[in-house]
Structures are given as structure tokens and as C-alpha cells.
Design a protein around this ligand. Structure first.
Ligand code: SF4
Ligand code: SF4
Length: 396
């Protein structure tokens, strides 16, 4: 296993993401035996980082993770958990009670790593709201020793990332972002990596294979990778791209089958840097996967929009969803107020007149609205996250 040095710890670069455990399609119950077997294999190979979140699997991920770890000494692994500020059920809650409930479910009295979950342009308003009081409460948990290292997971734009890190300089140790060879340019992951590094923090990676898309390539791309190395899996190329970036400390993989654990263990057994040719092929494949609307983000269209829509952001979401309808990409739309969704566009066409790229914005937004409405329904919805909080805090 390859490890990262981080503040005196040796973190396995492969982190076990606990968001995708296999569940019974009828009851939603997690297959605990399967989870135990995957954890045993991962721990035997040296994995020591486990990442869950309050709302994963309707609040049951924390419980399954704790059960699978219960036979190992607490100081032999690191747990990361997250505060669900993006899913508050209609108003402020007792943040400390919610945090304590997470500790209890994870059978621990401290978190090695704790994150504000899913900071976006929308959720940051909740996190920073005085009435919700989330940041001061969680900073206090850290100051009282219940959190060893504080960070946040981030799904917003690079401007917000820079602004947030500057505003809270000194409060955080790490930031978790969506990063892979496709999002390196598609979701500005390169710029985000540079911003976090410049602020002196560690980079944690989620969606290293973009929800599995980069592990299941089309025939042409599969053949291109076979030519480079006939024995290597598509997933291994995706992971090696990230291993080459020195400030990426932990790469989370949401494993739900033993064979995935075994393949990942092989990939993380040693650091085998990509050759220039291999990197070139991956980035070229990424270009081919995009079918982008060529928005430059100039915002000339925004001033005249009667609905005050964030048009370049919506076009980014569109480009993202067209590549792959993943949970990560739909979360960017989930994060918007209903009156800022693409369905709020009244088709007046002001934006298209202002657009130097000649983009037919109303048509793009109509298609995006349709895609979003018809998209897959995820097991973890905003509603189910809110219900879990209500249940745990006895709010009903
Ligand atoms: S067409 Fe839609 S996005 Fe464009 S200015 Fe009008 S309301 Fe705004
Ligand atoms: S004016 Fe056109 S290119 Fe500029 S942000 Fe708006 S849609 Fe994008």
C-alpha cells in the first residue's frame, strides 16, 4: 500500500468510501457480511482511511462502517465523517446533538477527520448563517478535541473555493474535491487543486472514476488503453493519474464489490507514475468525452436575465450532465433554490442576444430542465437526508 504523510500520520492513499455499500433492493438493508469481507480485505492490504457521511445510505452507512471496524483497535484506522449542512430540514437544528449522534453511530468519541458536507454557492449560505450557527458549533467540537482535523467537501466553483479558503484561513486542514482526468478540465479540478495547494492544505479526492464512468469506457477508449497496457484495468489508469499529483493525500473509492477492493489494492500497492504517452492519451480521451456548449463564463448574459439565473453555472451543469448523469453532477442542481433552476427560464431570449458565443441559452436550459426532471432517482435524495435528521433529533 502506498501512503501519504500528513501531519505526522501515514494515511493510505486509497481511502474506503462508504457511500455505495450493496443494499437489498426491496428493503434497502445493507449487506453487512459483504461490507465486513471488503473491510477485512482492505485492512489486510494496509487501507486505514474510511470515509462516511451522516446522510449516506439513509443514515445507515455510519452504522455499517462502525460494525465492520468494531473488531479492530480504534487507533489502527482513521474515520472521516461529515456534517450535513446542505440538508437541513427547513430550519436550524441542534448541531451539537447531531454531531454527537454521529459519534455514537460510529462508536467513537472523536473523529480523525470531519468535513462540512457539500459546500456550494447555495449551501454556503446555510453554513454561514447566524441562525443555523453551524460553523461556530463545529469549530467548538474541534477545539474540544472531538475532531482532530477539519475540512470540507466542495462542489462549487473555483471562485467560491478561493473566497471561502481566504475567509477561513487557518481553520481547515484539507479539502475534498471531485477530481479525475475528465474533471481535470471539465470541472476545473486542476485550478481547484492549485488553489487548495496554494493555501497550504491537503487535497482529498472523491469521484476518482466519476461514479464508475472511467472504469467502464466505450470500446474505442478501452482499446486505446489496452494498447498501452493489456493487463491494466481502466480504473487503474484513472487512479494512477491522481497518484501522480503529490498534494493528493487520499483518493476515495466507493467500493461495493470484493473484486473492486482487490483491483484497487493492486493499483495502490505501488506508485507507478504514468508515462507522458499514457497521460496524453487519458487527457485526449477526456476531450473526446465532452460535448460541451462553449460557454466562456463571461457573464454578459446575466445582467439582463429577468429571472436572475446564474446562466454560466447552469451551462456548466448541462455540460456535466451530458457527459454522465452522476450523483455528483446532479447535486450541483440540487444545491440551487427552486426559483434558480433551469425550469425558471421564461425563454425571453435576452441572454442569447448578449452572448458573444451565439449560444441559444433558452434551448440549452430547456434541455437541461428536461434532463434533470427525467434523470435517475438516487437512493439518497435531499428529502431522505432531511428525514434522517428529523428522525434522529426526534423533530416529528
Ligand atoms: S431566456 Fe431564460 S435565461 Fe435567458 S434571459 Fe430569459 S429568463 Fe434568463
Ligand atoms: S454570455 Fe454566453 S459565453 Fe458568456 S456566460 Fe453567458 S452564455 Fe456563457
Amino acid at each position: 500500500m502506498i501512503y501519504s504523510d500528513f501531519k505526522g500520520m501515514k494515511l493510505s492513499r486509497l481511502g474506503f468510501g462508504c457511500m455505495r455499500f450493496a443494499t437489498d433492493p426491496e428493503t434497502g438493508a445493507i449487506d453487512q457480511e459483504k461490507v465486513n469481507a471488503m473491510f477485512d480485505a482492505a485492512i489486510a492490504a494496509g487501507v486505514n482511511y474510511f470515509d462516511t457521511a451522516y446522510p449516506y445510505l439513509n443514515g445507515n452507512s455510519e452504522l455499517a462502517m462502525a460494525e465492520a471496524l468494531s473488531k479492530y483497535p480504534r487507533d489502527s484506522y482513521y474515520i472521516a465523517d461529515k456534517f450535513p449542512g446542505h440538508s437541513m430540514p427547513g430550519g436550524p437544528v441542534d448541531n451539537v446533538a447531531l454531531f454527537m449522534r454521529s459519534l455514537e453511530k460510529c462508536r467513537t468519541d472523536y473523529f480523525d477527520f470531519y468535513l462540512f458536507h457539500n459546500i456550494t454557492e447555495w449551501s454556503v449560505k446555510i453554513y454561514e448563517s447566524e441562525s443555523y450557527h453551524i460553523l461556530p458549533d463545529i469549530f467548538r467540537m474541534r477545539d474540544e478535541g472531538r475532531i482532530r482535523h477539519l475540512g470540507f467537501s466542495f462542489h462549487g466553483g473555483k471562485e467560491l473555493l478561493e473566497e471561502f479558503l481566504t475567509k477561513y484561513e487557518g481553520e481547515f486542514d484539507f479539502v475534498q474535491i471531485q477530481c479525475n482526468y475528465l474533471d481535470w478540465t471539465l470541472q476545473d479540478a486542476k485550478e481547484k487543486y492549485d488553489i487548495i495547494t496554494r493555501h497550504g492544505l491537503g487535497v482529498w479526492v472523491m469521484e476518482p472514476l466519476r461514479g464508475g464512468k472511467l472504469a467502464r469506457l466505450n470500446e474505442t477508449n478501452t482499446a486505446r488503453l489496452r494498447e498501452l497496457d493489456p493487463d491494466a484495468s481502466a480504473a487503474s489508469f484513472g487512479f494512477r493519474f491522481l497518484q501522480d499529483l503529490p498534494n493528493i493525500k487520499v483518493i476515495l473509492s466507493g467500493m461495493n464489490e470484493l473484486f473492486q477492493v482487490e483491483d484497487n489494492i493492486r493499483t495502490f500497492a505501488e506508485h507507478k507514475p504514468l508515462t507522458d504517452k499514457e497521460r496524453e492519451v487519458l487527457l485526449d480521451m477526456a476531450e473526446g468525452m465532452k460535448s460541451s456548449v462553449p460557454c466562456t463564463g463571461c457573464r454578459y448574459c446575466c445582467a439582463g436575465c429577468p429571472m436572475e439565473l446564474n446562466i454560466p453555472y447552469l451551462i456548466e451543469c448541462y455540460n456535466d450532465l451530458k457527459v454522465d448523469y452522476s450523483l455528483g453532477s446532479s447535486m450541483r442542481l440540487d444545491a440551487l433554490d427552486p426559483d434558480k433552476l433551469p425550469s425558471a427560464c421564461i425563454g425571453c431570449g435576452q441572454c442569447s442576444h448578449a452572448c458573444p458565443q451565439g449560444i441559444d441559452v433558452p434551448a440549452v436550459l430547456a434541455e437541461l430542465s428536461d434532463l434533470y426532471a427525467k434523470g435517475p432517482k438516487w437512493a439518497v435524495t435531499a428529502k431522505s437526508r432531511e428525514e434522517a435528521i428529523r428522525r434522529d433529533l426526534h423533530m416529528d
